[in-house]
Structure formats: C-alpha cells, structure tokens
Design a protein around this ligand. Structure first.
Ligand code: HAM
Length: 438
C-alpha cells in the first residue's frame, strides 16, 4: 500500500503561502519583542520528562506529552511548552546577568491533543518572559507586550480582551476562606479551569461532586459572581486579603495610567492549567465567539528556579500560539493575503546566447541593490515571459535578446503600468536599481 501524503495527525505541512503567512506573524513578534528590549533565545527540542513533572501539572504529563526512552535509557519528551526550558537556562546564567532579564523565543511545541479549531498537535508559540522585575512592574510590562503585538497587527480592544485573575487570591479563597484541604483545592482549580469549556450544569455537577460545606459553597458562589476589578477589590477588602489587595490595586492603577485598562477584565474562572503560576494569571480571548480558544496564556511564577536548587525570583511571561493568532487575525480581516510570492524583478533571456548575461545582470542587481531577482533557467519568448513574471509576483520584467546583446542594454517593463525603458547595463546599473526600487 502506498504511504499517505497527509502530514501526521494534528500537524501542518507549511507550503510557501502558509509559511509566508507564518513568517509575517514571526516578523511582527520579533519586532514587538525587540522594541521592548527582549533578547532572543532558543533551547533543545527534547528535554528530560522530569523537567515537566516538577511543576507543569498532571494534565500535561498524563495526557499531552510525547515521551519516549532514548537509546541511553533516558526518559525524554518533545517539548510541550518552553517555560521549564527557559527556567533551566536562566538558572544556568542568571548570576552573570543584569536584572531584569528579558527573553523571547518562538519554539515549535508538541502536545497530544484532539485536533480541532485552535488546537493542533504541533504549534509555534511566541514566548516572552521577564525575570527579576519588581512585582506588578514585570506583570504590566508583559501585558503591554501582548497588547503591543496584537495592536501592531491592527487589532483593537473591540476585538480582543485580556482576562485576568490572581493565583494567590484564588488559593486564599479556596484554602483560607472555604477551608478546603490541599487535595480539594487542587481539584477545584481543575474544575474552575474547565469552567469556560463546559456548560453551567456540567460545572455545577463537578462542584457538587466535591461535597463542599454550605458555607464553602456560598463563598464559591460569591467568588464566581465577581465580574470586575472593583468588585474584586471590594471582596479582597471585606475578606482582609491585604497583600493581594495591594497587588491588584497596584495593577489596576498602573494599567489605568498607561492607558491599557480598556483591554483588561477580571475573570474569576481564569486559573490556568499549569501548576507553576504563583501570582497574576491571564488569558487573551477573541471577543468573536467563533474563536473560543485562548489566543495567549501566561502569568507570574516565582518558584520555577527552585526546582534546580535556585532562588525564589519573580518571573512573569506568556505564550501566544500561531494557530489561534492566525484564526483571530483572519476572523477580523487583519491577515494580509500571502497566496502569491513577491519579487522585485524577473529576468529572462530570449535566446540561449543571452542566458549568461541574465545571470550576470541578476547578480549585479542583488549585490548592488539588495533586490529580489528571479531568473528563468532557459530562453523564453516575450509572450511567455510575462505570465512567468506574474507567477513569481515580480513588479518588473527584464528581457535580454539578440538586439540587447549587441548594444549591451536591457529592456525593463513595469508590470503594473506596462511602461517600458531600455537601459545600458554597463553604464546605467544605478539607474536600473533606482527604477526598480521606486
Ligand atoms: P499555555 O496556556 O499552555 O501556556 O499555552 C499558551 C498558548 O499557546 C495558548 O493560549 C494557545 O494560544 C497556544 N497553544 C497551546 N496549546 C496549543 C495547541 N495544542 N494548539 C494550538 N495552540 C496551542 C504555556 O504554554 C506557558 N508555558 C506560557 C507561559 C510562558 N507562561 C509563562 N511564560
């Protein structure tokens, strides 16, 4: 039986139109990161499973990780996320680095998920993280980065929102106010994390199965009804959660002064599936219900270096996936058309004697003008040259034939205006470059 032409389930073959579109996302990500002083890094595709077992959470390990034992008997995994690798790398280097440490990367990750809209088994993820910034300064900067990225694609607060919560607030409510033991706290976290993915009835059923006391249920109901930062602040005041009150108040104040508050909304169901978060947590959602999956998720984690014997260090960051970002941009008409290639000029010979002149002219235009030049490897007649140039997305077409060889010239035609110029290759190369660059 012949082999299948399809890529492995949940992965994509990226042909030039798809890869051009992805490069557009990556270029914009790199620009956003660079504009805020984030430095690039990368890490290995494989890590020891123990790295994820330490603090990523049981869902990732139990259901999603691609793991195997290598020839040296090491139990390894294809990276399902970048944060543990980053923490390991920061641990190896942070003593020499000036704080805060700002880093970004765009790794491809693999998770064994049920492929569906917004979820594949392989995706690329823009990761931005800051280590060693004072609490809430790092958080606000990271939120600003995510906003800058999305707005640089042309998106507005009418199209996306950042839903925010605070892990310590949730832990305090679950363990101190509701008086749940650590097992129930963990179970309730997992239930709340699923709140947006299940119906209200299913949610209630899962909560009922926890057999909470009446008092705990009342507190939980009150908590789940909080729907704004004002209500949260009041709740924290009433329940004397002083430290979280100070942090949330500072966040709200900073966001308002920076003018990013219109993007932010408190949401009690945002708790994040990964175990290492310790402070602010957030997810970015498309306001259009056609894209219900989070575009981005992140939060603050101060204990990740401790798994390597390192210090507690404030850290905060996010991961933003290319699949969900592309769905978001397409839905809102913010994705340019990358179906066709683009180039500056297409050059062809009209007979075989001119072929070498084509290659020489192409080399001079690339070196002297930094132009994107596509040549044709065999002679073609004028009539055939134009459709070929069009296929390559060329803005100009140049032809060299017998006449041009005799007088050392080239005919250049603007594909849009159909204007034609004849220029001398030897003396007028600068003019040719100028004409094409215009
Ligand atoms: P995460 O929430 O697991 O966080 O993933 C972040 C984003 O990656 C998601 O919001 C989504 O856009 C994208 N994503 C995740 N899984 C898939 C998938 N199977 N298919 C398509 N897209 C997906 C993390 O991974 C954290 N390590 C992020 C982080 C960085 N936290 C702090 N720093």
């Amino acid at each position: 039986m012949a082999l299948s032409k399809k890529p492995y389930k949940g992965t994509r073959d990226l042909y030039p139109p798809q890869k051009r579109a992805q490069n557009h996302l990556f270029d914009t990500m790199r620009k956003a990161a660079h504009s805020m002083g984030y430095e690039p890094y990368d890490g290995p595709l494989l890590e020891e499973v123990a790295l994820y077992q330490a603090k990523s959470g049981d869902e990732l390990i139990r259901d999603q990780i691609y793991s195997f034992t290598d020839r040296g008997d090491r139990f390894v995994a294809i990276r399902p996320e970048m944060t543990p690798t980053l923490a390991r790398m920061v641990m190896g280097h942070h003593q020499q680095e000036t704080k805060p440490i700002r880093l970004f990367s765009i790794p491809n990750l693999m998770r064994y998920e049920k492929p569906q809209k917004g979820r594949l088994r392989e995706h690329w993820q823009f990761n931005c993280d800051i280590f060693g910034a004072p609490t809430m300064m790092g958080e606000v900067e990271i939120l600003q980065m995510a906003i800058n990225l999305l707005t640089s694609f042309g998106a507005t607060s009418k199209q996306f929102e950042i839903l925010i919560n605070h892990r310590e607030v949730v832990t305090n409510i679950f363990s101190d106010l509701m008086e749940l033991d650590s097992q129930k706290v963990h179970a309730l976290y997992k239930i709340i994390d699923r709140a947006k993915k299940v119906t209200k009835e299913e949610l209630n059923k899962m909560i009922t199965a926890l057999s909470l006391t009446n008092r705990a249920e009342l507190i939980l109901t009150d908590y789940l009804q909080l729907s704004s930062f004002d209500q949260l602040i009041l709740f924290l005041k009433q329940n004397k959660l002083e430290q979280q009150l100070a942090e949330v108040t500072l966040l709200v104040e900073l966001a308002s002064k920076l003018g990013i508050d219109q993007f932010l909304k408190f949401d009690p169901t945002i708790v994040r599936g990964l175990d290492y978060y310790t402070g602010l947590v957030f997810e970015i959602f498309d306001k259009n219900p056609d894209n219900p999956r989070a575009i981005c998720g992140g939060g603050a984690y101060q204990n990740l270096l401790t798994i390597f014997g390192g210090p507690v260090m404030p850290a905060v960051g996010f991961g933003l996936g290319d699949v969900t970002l592309s769905d978001f941009l397409t839905t809102h008409g913010l994705m340019p058309d990358f179906t066709h290639p683009t180039s500056d000029i297409f050059i062809s010979a009209q007979d075989s004697d001119a072929q070498i002149e084509v290659l020489k002219l192409a080399a001079r235009l690339r070196q002297g003008g930094g132009l994107s030049v596509v040549t044709h490897p065999e002679p073609v007649k004028i009539k055939k040259a134009f459709p070929l140039a069009e296929k390559r997305g060329a803005r100009f077409v140049a032809l060299i034939g017998e006449q041009e060889l005799t007088d050392g010239s080239v005919q250049i035609k603007n594909m849009a205006t159909r204007e034609q110029s004849t220029l001398k290759i030897k003396d007028q190369i600068e003019d040719i470059i100028k004409l094409i660059k215009l």
